[in-house]
Design a protein around this ligand. Sequence first.
Ligand SMILES: [Zn+2]
Length: 356
Amino acid sequence: MMQDNLARQKGRGMLSEEKLVKKSGFYDPHREKQNLFAERMKGHASPAMLAAIKSCHSQVVKVFSEDESRSKVVSVETCGNRFCPYCQARKARREADMIAYVMGHAKNRGLKAIFLTLTIPNVSGTEASSAVDKLNKALKRLLARKAFKRVVKGAIRKIEMTYNEDTGLFHPHVHLVLFVARSYFRSKFYLHTEQFADLWAKSMRLDQVVVHVEAADKAEKELAKYAAKSSIYLSSQKVFDVFYQVLKGRQLITFSGVCKGAVKDYKADVVATDEVEQEKGIQAMGCNRDSDNDNHSEKVPFTKITTTIWNPITECYDTETREMTPFERRQFNSDNSRRFGRYWSKKLKRKRHKLV
Ligand SMILES: [Zn+2]
């Protein structure tokens, strides 16, 4: 009896210890979605890709100054898969940034935006892929039409797909932002909603289609949304397989006309913003450290290094902070810090995998 009690007490002790570990790490609710995603990908990915998906966002390395007033994310491990819930969020943020830049560029040129949503009839899972092919071809035909070409200076188009659980049907559609001169609205070439619908129907070679002309200020927000929502495409294996086959490897967002040049300019700038992006990436992981920055006028040197690693047993992130060695200190504070950071993170990753 005594021993039983002891064992029970010990058991309780162990439990509370486990809880303590959970509390000291970061719990990440997105991890469950990630595990589900890995499960759904089993039939589609190579063993190497599956391993990358499972370890996506499982290792973050950050450096700090002594007083922690200055910090920098050195690396975040990512898988880069379009359907990965973590990477999707990261990619969407970058895309939203790019869209805002392009829209600002067009505005500075005195252009006005028109925002259209073009739809086609709903399709079953087996028809979805060919429907998106048709949609793409029709879009090209539409933009090549005389009525469009004489007024449109630039365009952004984005393909999206939704799924209706009740009907079991898929709904591919296109968001289209057209940039026109200010004078267009008073010109004889002005197009009414019915004319847009008519042109889209002709391009789709269908009798009837639905076109929505929406408020231009909604365009940026709508375009920046995900091409497909993970909560929908992860809902079942069958639905996932359709989304995967339809959207895999497809270019979903296309810039044309004046927007094309703006994208080039944006990409040239993107390297500079990379670090900011990485920081946002970590915050999305649930690691909400105090707002960090690297914009101090007085550059206090980095002296500490923190690794944040996902522990599948305790289901939270374990963090470890230590002082840098003199060698690390020299490297992380040099112009070579980015390259050294990548090298350092790779080395840590290899070490971790050996241990597992
Ligand atoms: Zn990923």
